[in-house]
Design a protein around this ligand. Structure first.
Ligand SMILES: C[S@@+](CC[C@H](N)C(=O)[O-])C[C@H]1O[C@@H](n2cnc3c(N)ncnc32)[C@H](O)[C@@H]1O
Length: 408
């Protein structure tokens, strides 16, 4: 298909080597696919080859009128992981939700000539582009590209063995369950109270059970399944704003917060530490599951908060009645690493800070040493989460349980 001594081919093999070394590729079929499909044919002309073949750079292919990214060829590390998570086998029928061309070609390589790939995108410009590029790259007969909102089932196709959702979803749609075979696997980046996890779910009877999980963000779903977070702007003394983003509802009465930044801050420390360089992404998920009033926090660049922290986005916060607190860290007293705490505002700031640090302590005791499991229970079924510490998040079309097994 391409000259094997070309710079692109050399980088393609180097990329596959790196994904293998990182454990993102584990199976020979996926390795072969990454060494075969010419990714440079699926990105906009002029994209530098080192970007095309990087592990972690998506290549943006479309932005909206506000500059927000609405389509991309995803980063190779997450494409590799999602294909591995799907546990594909030759001859399978696969549905890809969100098109670009490249990922569909990788899928076609893995399922082979007896398999079939259908790729659906809501955007006619994207499907035309994907279709044309797949034709030119020689995959036209192996991938069917359809323009439709993936909110609805695709007419004319048998159920799929695997469904890979390559766009950020807030819910597991009935159409996806309807189109998934018994025992089939759905891989989906799912938003869970503001925190996204890409989850491979296997269908078990009337519900889905997670079999693998990865950390990754995606452009959000458009169309009927689009989800809008609720934003509350907290004014500071300069008239600039701190932005509190809630998953579905703004806690009432939040207007009690209007002058909250005038009181405080107070610090509350948890005694829980973490070494430098160790991810605490699971703490965010724990908050999303168990901390009422949980929100994401951002700030105008000119706010005191932004200048204090040297950045405009910082992890997570909580609103409790007329008080607000955000997750803070300080150097750990006994050597390397940091201690988690809360910086809190308002006359009841201490209570909001304590609510947050109590969940840090609960995570330390019951969450940090185990991996959470996820289940999806469609509307009409009753969620029965596995034993352990569980939260059930209500969705429009069912419920997601997140469970941390009890430590021995
Ligand atoms: C990250 S891109 C897909 C990348 C592609 N799978 C690849 O890596 O080559 C996400 C795509 O999802 C599409 N999308 C958003 N909402 C959708 C919906 N409701 N139904 C189908 N496609 C949707 C967007 O138009 C966008 O092209």
């Amino acid at each position: 298909m391409t000259d094997d001594s070309s710079p692109a081919a050399r980088l393609r093999h180097e990329l596959a080597d790196e994904l293998l070394a990182q454990g993102r590729i584990v199976s020979p079929a996926v390795d072969k696919a990454f060494r075969t499909v010419p990714r440079e044919m699926f990105v906009p002309a002029g994209t530098p080859l080192d970007v095309v073949y990087s592990v972690d750079s998506p290549v943006i292919t479309k932005t909206d009128e506000h500059g927000a990214h609405i389509s991309s060829v995803s980063a190779t590390y997450i494409q590799a992981r999602m294909i591995e998570m799907a546990a594909l086998a030759p001859g399978m029928a696969v549905l890809e939700i969100g098109s670009g061309g490249y990922n569909a070609a990788l899928l076609a390589e893995v399922v082979g000539s007896d398999g079939h790939v259908v790729s659906v995108d809501i955007d006619a410009e994207i499907t035309k582009r994907a279709n044309d590029l797949l034709d030119v790259a020689g995959y036209g007969g192996r991938v069917t590209v359809v323009q439709a909102d993936a909110q609805h089932p695709l007419p004319g196709f048998e159920p799929f063995d695997r469904i890979l959702v390559t766009v950020g979803a807030w819910d597991v749609l009935p159409a996806w369950l309807d189109q998934l075979t018994a025992g089939g696997i759905l891989v989906v980046p799912l938003r869970l109270n503001g925190v996204t996890r890409t989850i491979a779910f296997r269908r078990r009877g009337n519900h889905l059970v997670s079999v693998d999980v990865e950390l990754a963000g995606f452009v959000p779903m458009r169309g009927e399944g689009a989800h809008t977070e609720r934003t509350f702007l907290l004014p500071d003394r300069h008239g600039k704003h701190i932005k509190l983003q809630f998953d579905t509802e703004i806690p009432e009465p939040i207007t009690g917060l209007d002058s909250v930044l005038a009181t405080g801050p107070v610090s509350v420390w948890s005694g829980v530490t973490i070494p430098n360089g160790v991810s605490f992404a699971d703490l965010h998920l724990w908050f999303a599951a168990f901390l009422p009033g949980f929100c994401r926090v951002g700030a105008d660049p000119a706010t005191d908060l932004a200048s204090q922290l040297g950045r405009t986005w910082f992890p997570f916060g909580v609103v409790r009645d007329d008080a607000f607190a955000y997750l803070a860290v300080r150097p750990a007293l006994n050597g390397g690493g940091v201690e988690f705490g809360a910086t809190a505002y308002g006359s009841h700031g201490q209570a909001a800070g304590t609510a947050l640090t109590e969940q840090v302590q609960a995570w330390d005791l019951h969450g940090r040493s185990s991996e959470p499991a996820f289940e999806f229970w469609p509307t009409g079924s009753r969620p029965v989460p596995p034993p352990g510490r569980s939260a059930v998040l209500t969705k429009q079309h069912g419920a997601v349980s997140i469970s941390w097994p009890e430590a021995d």
